[in-house]
Ligand binder design. Structure first.
Ligand code: SF4
Ligand SMILES: [Zn+2]
Length: 118
């Protein structure tokens, strides 16, 4: 992962979204191992940016359950498509990551930890 995040929890979030976008790109866009098409690279960079500026940080729920949902409409649609497609497959391919994500999602109400810069 190219970027550093503020905590292990946020690094895990970033790693999860990266794994999901990579899987999606491989299956849907025919990208090779370790590669991303331009569209998916843009989505991953955007997801990292949103995590960096997330006002909730360690207090966040999953982005899918966030009442704010800070993604702009086009990107929101793209990430939702990735989650819909890859989410169910994660249970088999990355069970621990899927479990952590499910547990994170149990926190329905995010807790604001710091103010956002963007
Ligand atoms: S504000 Fe919500 S949607 Fe945006 S990064 Fe934080 S938890 Fe995810
Ligand atoms: Zn792609």
């Amino acid at each position: 992962m190219a970027k550093q995040f503020s905590s292990k929890r946020m690094q895990r979030e970033a790693r999860t979204v990266e794994v999901m976008i990579r899987r999606y790109c491989r299956d849907k866009h025919g990208s090779g191992q370790g590669e991303l098409c331009d569209q998916c690279q843009e989505l991953l960079d955007y997801a990292y940016l949103r995590l960096t500026h997330c006002p909730f940080q360690d207090g966040k729920t999953t982005c899918g359950k966030c009442p704010v949902h800070c993604y702009k409409p086009g990107m929101r649609q793209e990430i939702q498509e990735v989650m819909r497609y890859v989410g169910p497959k994660m249970v088999l391919t990355n069970p621990l990551m899927a479990l952590s994500h499910a547990l994170d999602g149990l926190r329905r109400k995010p807790v604001k930890r710091r103010s956002s810069a963007a």
